[in-house]
Design a protein around this ligand. Structure first.
Ligand SMILES: *[C@@H]1O[C@H](CO)[C@@H](O)[C@H](O)[C@H]1NC(C)=O
Ligand SMILES: *[C@@H]1O[C@H](CO)[C@@H](O)[C@H](O)[C@H]1NC(C)=O
Ligand SMILES: *[C@@H]1O[C@H](CO)[C@@H](O)[C@H](O)[C@H]1NC(C)=O
Length: 507
């Protein structure tokens, strides 16, 4: 059976797409490095390369993935700039879609594309790459990753070079650079260096604010939002990690074209919380009113399993596409839960914010389902199904339906299309068999009925409502045989079985 491809439609890539586009267009240098600076690796020479180089960045990509294609020229340019760095920083790539490299991809926990890993010391330490995706940003981030995990701050100048008011910076203040606290801090810095920047000092007066009252080991967190400086004094490694995790998330995450906000947007999407997102035009005159009401709601629900983002319409086209929203619906709030339920309140007034968030938190909001419009003309052999017609076409029609879940960018789906056409044509005279397809990236799919983890995925629903997955060969003959074997004769009254009932509930 043809290999399945994993889904790369994770939402923050849609956000990054926009940031990325603006980052590249601002860079005036021409990106035409000569030759290939990025090493191409596969399962045969992967570990050999890691042994040879103590610091390697590996991009796991798939040939069909658009974000990988966007990254490629920037990655190549960064590799060429970094080839002169001392010690060497090696940038490599692995085609994770190639069967030869599937095991590698599993070993490195590749779940979406592109995935970038920083691999040190022959594979002893593996960290997620969490830096920017434009050439200059990649270079700057990786130079830091290749240096010490924590820099010693010995002068006001050191402090000025490292700490600014646009990013998070973590400083350990110690009476001496030894002892258990210092060791634990160093361990923490090693562990989380791809997430945060770290420094340490013997003299708190050197730090912004010039505070001389610190007289015991202290972690001081500088951040560009909310309370700006936070101290912490528990040096248990887990406690420090938890502190950083919580303190580094703003009450509301701002999403606009400013790349300084980008790391917080990534954090927002990586969180396990439910996600509330208010989208509006930041230039509209009542923006400050919205912002302060939204901030109040976010403060109120802090620590209650929900995070808040405020997104500028101008930067949010990707998100609108992802959720199937229109610009004329703003100001709007959409809440997405961990299990991908969505709740929407559109044409919002500032005074709607608090009551509506409360309605959601109290479990009284109604979910919203993403659907393409029902097509007006649908007379090709393979019928187009959308989320809002799924119930009628598949479950209530009393017909035998073979349904393909596809993604517009998926190569295996394109290969399957003419075969599905032939299957549909061969059942052309048969009223009781329908061959249909649904764009699973543009329509919400009932997850407890269909397990769609890759494209294409095929399901068969018999006239009496029995649902089975089609895992056979993707050939015309096998699919026809499968349909013939599993179909029910219609016409006789069949009582809808439990599957159909649960589907109706879900829809
Ligand atoms: C690894 O092997 C592949 C072919 O199997 C080759 O194309 C590639 O250049 C090799 N990479 C290195 C760094 O030797
Ligand atoms: C250092 O971290 C370890 C592991 O979390 C912990 O057991 C120990 O108490 C910590 N030391 C101090 C001084 O907090
Ligand atoms: C946002 O509002 C400003 C001012 O009213 C307007 O000029 C701009 O076109 C709007 N942006 C979008 C994306 O609608």
């Amino acid at each position: 059976m043809a290999s399945r491809v994993s889904i790369c439609s994770c939402i923050f890539f849609f956000f990054l797409l926009i940031i990325f586009a603006s980052a590249t267009s601002e860079s005036s240098e021409s990106a035409s490095p000569s030759g290939e600076s990025v090493l191409t690796l596969d399962a045969t020479n992967f570990s050999e390369t890691l042994t040879k180089h103590p610091f390697v960045v590996v991009e796991f990509y798939a040939p069909w993935c658009g974000h990988c294609k966007n990254l490629a020229p920037e990655y190549e340019k960064a590799a060429s700039l970094l080839s002169k760095h001392d010690p060497p920083i090696i940038l490599a790539k692995v085609d994770a879609n190639d069967d030869l490299n599937k095991e590698l991809a599993t070993e490195y926990e590749v779940k979406g594309f592109p995935t970038l890993k920083i691999i040190r010391n022959g594979g002893k330490t593996i960290q997620e790459y969490k830096g920017p995706r434009n050439a200059d940003g990649i270079v700057e981030y990786l130079k830091k990753q290749a240096g010490p995990a924590s820099y010693e701050i010995k002068s006001l100048e050191d402090a000025g070079n490292l700490i600014d008011d646009k990013k998070i910076f973590v400083v350990g203040v110690f009476p001496e650079l030894s002892g258990e606290e210092f060791q634990n801090f160093t361990m923490l810095a090693e562990k989380l260096r791809s997430d945060y920047e770290f420094g340490h000092t013997l003299d708190a007066k050197l730090l912004p604010g010039g505070d001389s009252t610190v007289n015991q080991p202290t972690i001081r967190l500088f951040k560009p939002f909310d309370e700006l400086i936070v101290d912490f004094k528990d040096f248990h490694v887990d406690a420090m990690e938890k502190f950083l995790e919580e303190a580094s998330v703003p009450v509301i995450t701002i999403f606009n074209k400013d790349p300084n906000n980008h790391p917080f947007v990534i954090k927002f999407f990586n969180s396990d919380n439910a996600k509330a997102m208010l989208f509006m035009n930041f230039s509209s005159e009542n923006f400050e009113t919205f912002k302060s009401k939204y901030h109040a709601a976010a403060e109120h629900y802090k620590g209650k399993g929900i995070s808040f983002l405020l997104g500028d319409l101008e930067a949010s086209q990707g998100a609108f596409q992802y959720f199937g929203l229109q610009e004329d619906q703003v100001p709007l709030i959409i809440i997405q839960t961990k299990d991908d339920q969505k709740y929407l309140k559109q044409h919002l007034e500032p005074d709607h914010i608090a009551p509506w968030v409360k309605e959601y938190m109290d479990g009284n909001a109604k979910p919203f389902k993403k659907s393409e419009p029902i097509p007006e003309v649908n007379d090709d052999p393979v019928k187009v199904v959308v989320a809002s017609s799924l119930l009628d076409v598949v479950f209530k029609s009393g017909k035998n339906v073979l349904l393909e879940f596809y993604a517009p960018w998926c190569g295996h789906c394109k290969k399957l299309a003419p075969i599905l056409d032939e299957v549909a044509v061969s059942f052309g005279g048969d009223e009781n068999v329908v061959i249909a397809k649904i764009d699973a990236t543009a329509n919400d799919i009932p997850k407890d009925v269909f397990d769609v983890k890759g494209y294409p995925t095929l399901y068969f629903s018999s006239a009496s409502g029995k649902i089975v997955r089609y895992d056979g060969d993707r050939s015309k003959e096998d699919m026809i045989e499968f349909i013939q074997k599993n179909r029910d004769t219609t016409g006789e009254e069949t009582t809808a079985d439990q599957t159909t009932d649960s589907v109706k509930d879900e829809l």
